[in-house]
Every structure is written in structure tokens, then in C-alpha cells.
Design a protein around this ligand. Structure first.
Ligand code: PLP
Length: 586
């Protein structure tokens, strides 16, 4: 593709994206395809010959869009948002166009220095500790994800705890311990596994009624583990847990971590960016205790994936764990120690120029634009929580300081509440206008409404609230009708059973009476027979003998009479035969 062809098709692609953003609100939020549907639209073999670009563009509509869940849809309230924006896409486009590898300062100095600078800007905008600045002991770096950042933080913590021994000897899985709560993101346990500690190293600290880590419980676990000879390595505190946006109390956890010399990592993947709004900054009070901190610009800060903002207070722990310098990467700037090589701050070697999109976003919206973005979503979420809290059909189940509201629909007692809640969720998502996801709180199903798509306006939040109520009413009526039907059926069955019992009792009564009558008759007959039998028995032989005798006397006389009658008959026939014969022959 020549630059001129790129210009033409590039414009077509930009038009396509702009059109997509204009019409995304009319598409069903959740993709409607079944597994395999998308692949079934693709040819079995890769194209042997190049194709016109128009054919590729056409397949975006034919193949890709039907199989896309529209995260930029204004009715997208699922998971956490995955923001993007014009300046973000254009920054990514430039990064792709430059195609540089920013692994070392020398491989493209701007890629490193713009990143350092943007990260320092953000540290200030978010009110993060001054130790996080590149001008201090620490510094920031753009990671691929908060999952990756959690792993990198753990590797730095292991390095510091072992005073560098892990680099040569590896980890001590039987001694090292890592502290989380049941609400901590699963990527932390995954990091523990990847680091070679194994899940047994994870200590799950108890939470309070607001699902925040209990400082006293952390202290007790640390105390006990140290007494038993374990080496606590890292405490992961969360600002804005994934399930409900609970906040672990950094100001109380920090001093405990310091006392035990354990690394405090703050996972603020979703909620951390909200600190750009001064009035929300208090929610992460105590952040100055953090040894490392991660927040995702790619969730809620108008920047496309991937753009994780990660800081450490002591960059030496991080680079100590990850730096490795093969001969082919040696260069004068690195050797002189006058530059930062960001490959030493991450797991891969290669790295994209991700700071460009952050730079574009910051410059297009300005800090005020980003604050307005965050504030509007928080306000919409508080509005929704207010409506739900005042509605007898819903309970707001957890604190909601950011833009996630967790709702538990109320159902009548005869309904399985979790099944009903999940049915409500499916109905909403099947409708195509909105998309929500769920979690469990206290073991019970809860709907998560995460306000945060850039296109979402108060009207969309009003709409999701209307749909929640409408569908709740529909299902509640449906469940009540089903319950009434079940109750009517049960009543009918009960009545039938009672009727059958009555009939059975009547039949048994009649049978019993009949039997009694028969028994009485039989007894009467038996009595009479018994009375009659005595003389009859005596009389019988004489009577029989007399009868036999009479029969014997009568028999010869009868025989003789019969013989006589037969002879007379024969004679009469002979006479008749002679008289009729002439007429029968003539
Ligand atoms: C979303 C989230 C993560 C994972 O973020 P990625 O950047 O997608 O890896 C980690 N921790 C918390 C608290 C999250 O909400």
C-alpha cells in the first residue's frame, strides 16, 4: 500500500469509525451471535491474492459488527467501561504509523520522554505521592494492563524483600506470603502463581460490612505469619474493587505495612483515575503509603486499551527485578546511566508508543474535560442509586462512591430470588437497548450498573432505570401469576385428594356393613344347617337303599316295555312300505 493509497483508504476507515460511533446507539448492545457464527462467515483458506480494500471494509459490516458487543454504546453498563475517544484513536494511529519500538531510550527517545512526562503530569493530576515522580526516587510507566502491573509490582516487592536474592536464586515459595481480601482482583492471585509462589502463598484478609479489608485482621495475619517464620512480601489494597467498588482503607493499612516491612501495592485499576476530580481524592486518602499504584486510563479515562498508568515510589526495586542488558542492546546513553530504559520497567522487551494517545487525550480534553467526564458519570450513578434506594422494588447493596451501582431486586418470598434476578438480567440484555452484568454480594446475585461509557447521558441512565422497573414489574407479575397458578393447582389437588378420601371412607364403610350382613346371614344359615343335619344324617342310608331298590325293580319292566314298543314300530313300518311302493315307482 503506497502512502497515497493509505491516504485514501485511511480516510475511508476514519469515515467508517465516525459512522460507527454515530450509529452505535441503534445497534443491539450485546452481540447476538452463537459460538462459531463469526468463523462460519470466513473462508477456510487465507487469500492467495490480495483483495481490494473495499472488500475488507465491507466485511467489517458483514463479519465483524454482528459479532461485536458494543462497549461504546450509550446503553453499555456492563463490567467496567472500556472508554475510547477520537484523540485516543488518533494517538494510537500515529503510534502505529510511527511503528517505533520504545524499549530503550536510544531506540526512540521521544517514546520514553513523552511517556515519563505524561506520567509525571498524571501523578500530579491524580494527587499521587511526590515519590512517584520521575524527578524523585520513583516514576511512572505505561503498562499493558493492571493485571500486568500487579505482577510487576509483586516482582519488585519480591526483589526488595529478598534484598535482591530473587534475581539469582529465585523465590522461596515456602516462605513468601501475599495479602489480599476476598474482593481483590483475581489477577493478583494469578500474579502470585506466575511469580512461582503458588496460590498457597496467598492470605485472604477478612473484610468489613462494606467489603473493605479490615486493618486489624491484616495486622493479626502478619503477626502470626511472621511468628511462624514466613516472609510477608506484598499487601494488595484495592481502591474500587471490581465487584462493588469497595475501598480498602489505605491510611490504616499503610502504617501496618510499614511496621512489617511489607510492600503496599494499590490496585486502583478502575477507580484510581477518579482522583483527577479533587472532591473524589479523599476516597484514596493514605495513598502516600503506597509503594506502587496502578490505574487504567483504558477503563474510565477516555483512552483506548491498553493504557495502564503504573507508578513505583522506588524505581530501583523495579529495575533491580527486571533489568537485564544483553550486549546487542548496549549503548552509550544506557552505559552512562543518563537515561531511563523502559524495557526494565515491564515484562516484555518491546513496547509501543502508548504515551501518544494519553498525550493526545490530555491535550484534547484538558484536565478540566477529564474532570467533567468523571463528574458526570459519578453524578448519573448517584442519581440512579437515589432512585433505586427510594424504590421498594430494589435494594442498593453496597457503598457506591464512584459510578458503579449494585442493585438487588426484591422479590416475593415464594420466588427463588437469585434465579429471578438473573432472569431479569437476561431479559434486559436480550432487549438490546442496554447491557448489564452481575456479581454476588453476601452470596446473593446482584445487578451491576456501571455508568461510564463516553456516550452515556442522563437520558440513558433514566432509560436503564425505566427498563429495570418495567422488567421487574413484568417478572414480578409473571412470578405472582405462576405462583397463583401453582397455588390453585395445589388447592385443586388437595380438594381432589380430600374427595377421594371421603369416597374411599364411604366405600370402606359400605363394604364393612355388607360384610357384616353376609357374615350374619352365613352364621344364621350355618346354625340352621347344624340344627337340620343331625336327623338327616341318621335317615340317609335307609332312604338311599330304598331308592336303589325301587330303581332296580323298575328297570327290567321299563326295558321290556321299550322292546315291545320297538317291535310294534318295526311291524308298522313294514306294512306301510308295501302299500306305498306302487305309487312311488309309477
Ligand atoms: C479491571 C481490573 C483489573 C484488571 O485490569 P486490566 O487492565 O484489564 O488487566 C485489575 N484490578 C481491578 C480492581 C480491576 O477492576
Amino acid at each position: 500500500m503506497t502512502p497515497e493509497q493509505f491516504r485514501q483508504h485511511g480516510h475511508e476507515v476514519v469515515d467508517w469509525i465516525a459512522d460507527y460511533w454515530s450509529r452505535v446507539g441503534d445497534l443491539p448492545v450485546r452481540s447476538q451471535v452463537s459460538p462459531g457464527d463469526v468463523r462460519a462467515t470466513l473462508p477456510a483458506q487465507a487469500p492467495e491474492q490480495g483483495e481490494p480494500f473495499s472488500a475488507v471494509l465491507a466485511d467489517l459490516d458483514r463479519v465483524v459488527l454482528p459479532g461485536t458487543t458494543h462497549w461504546q454504546h450509550p446503553g453499555f453498563f456492563g463490567y467496567f467501561p472500556a472508554n475510547t475517544s477520537g484523540p485516543s484513536v488518533l494517538g494510537d494511529l500515529v503510534s502505529a504509523g510511527l511503528g517505533v519500538q520504545g524499549m530503550s531510550w536510544v531506540t526512540s527517545p521521544a517514546a520514553t520522554e513523552v511517556e515519563q512526562h505524561v506520567m509525571d503530569w498524571f501523578a500530579e493530576l491524580l494527587g499521587l505521592p511526590s515519590s512517584f515522580r520521575s524527578t524523585s526516587t520513583g516514576g511512572g510507566v505505561v503498562q499493558d494492563s493492571s493485571s500486568g502491573a500487579n505482577l510487576v509490582a509483586l516482582l519488585a516487592a519480591l526483589h526488595r524483600t529478598s534484598t535482591g536474592a530473587t534475581v539469582r536464586h529465585g523465590v522461596d515459595p515456602d516462605r513468601a506470603t501475599v495479602y489480599v481480601s476476598a474482593e481483590t482482583h483475581s489477577s493478583m492471585e494469578k500474579a502470585v502463581r506466575i511469580a512461582g509462589l503458588g496460590s498457597d502463598a496467598v492470605r485472604i484478609v477478612e473484610v468489613d460490612a462494606d467489603l473493605a479489608m479490615r486493618p486489624a485482621a491484616l495486622a493479626a495475619r502478619l503477626e502470626r505469619d511472621v511468628a511462624r517464620g514466613y516472609t510477608p512480601v506484598l499487601v494488595c489494597a484495592t481502591v474500587g474493587t471490581t465487584s462493588t467498588t469497595a475501598i480498602d482503607p489505605l491510611a490504616e493499612l499503610g502504617p501496618i505495612c510499614q511496621k512489617y516491612g511489607v510492600w503496599l501495592h494499590v490496585d486502583a485499576a478502575y477507580a484510581g483515575v477518579s482522583a483527577i476530580v479533587p472532591e473524589l481524592r479523599e476516597l484514596q486518602a493514605g495513598v502516600e503509603w503506597a509503594d506502587s499504584y496502578t490505574t487504567d486510563a483504558h477503563k474510565w479515562l477516555l483512552t483506548g486499551f491498553d493504557a495502564t498508568l503504573f507508578w513505583v515510589a522506588d524505581r530501583a526495586a523495579l529495575t533491580g527485578a527486571l533489568a537485564i542488558l544483553p550486549e546487542y542492546l548496549r549503548n552509550a546513553a544506557t552505559d552512562a546511566g543518563s537515561v531511563v530504559d523502559l524495557r526494565d520497567w515491564q515484562i516484555p522487551l518491546g513496547r509501543r508508543f502508548r504515551a501518544l494517545k494519553l498525550w493526545f487525550v490530555l491535550r484534547w480534553y484538558g484536565a478540566e474535560g477529564l474532570r467533567a467526564h468523571i463528574r458526570s458519570h459519578v453524578a448519573m450513578a448517584q442519581q440512579l442509586a437515589g432512585w433505586a434506594g427510594a424504590d421498594e422494588r430494589f435494594d442498593v447493596v453496597a457503598p457506591h462512591p464512584f459510578s458503579l451501582v449494585c442493585l438487588r431486586p426484591r422479590w416475593s418470598a415464594e420466588v427463588d430470588a437469585d434465579v429471578a434476578t438473573m432472569t431479569l438480567l437476561e431479559r434486559l440484555n436480550d432487549g438490546g437497548e442496554v447491557f448489564l452484568t452481575h456479581t454476588t454480594v453476601g452470596g446473593r446475585a446482584v445487578l451491576r450498573v456501571a455508568v461510564g461509557a463516553p456516550a452515556t447521558t442522563p437520558a440513558h441512565v433514566e432509560r436503564v432505570w425505566a427498563l429495570l422497573r418495567e422488567n421487574h414489574d413484568f417478572l414480578a407479575t409473571d412470578f405472582a401469576a405462576a405462583a397463583a397458578e401453582r397455588e390453585a393447582q395445589r388447592a385443586a389437588e388437595r380438594a381432589a385428594a380430600e374427595q377421594a378420601a371421603v369416597e374411599r371412607a364411604a366405600a370402606e364403610q359400605a363394604a364393612a356393613e355388607q360384610a357384616a350382613v353376609e357374615r350374619a346371614t352365613a352364621e344364621q344359615a350355618a346354625a340352621e344347617q347344624a340344627a337340620a343335619e343331625q336327623p338327616a344324617a341318621e335317615q340317609a342310608p335307609a332312604e338311599q337303599a330304598a331308592a336303589d331298590r325301587a330303581a332296580a325293580e323298575q328297570a327290567p319292566a321299563e326295558q321290556a316295555a321299550a322292546d315291545r314298543a320297538a317291535a310294534e314300530q318295526t311291524a308298522a313300518e313294514d306294512a306301510g312300505e308295501e302299500s306305498v311302493s306302487p305309487s312311488t315307482t309309477g
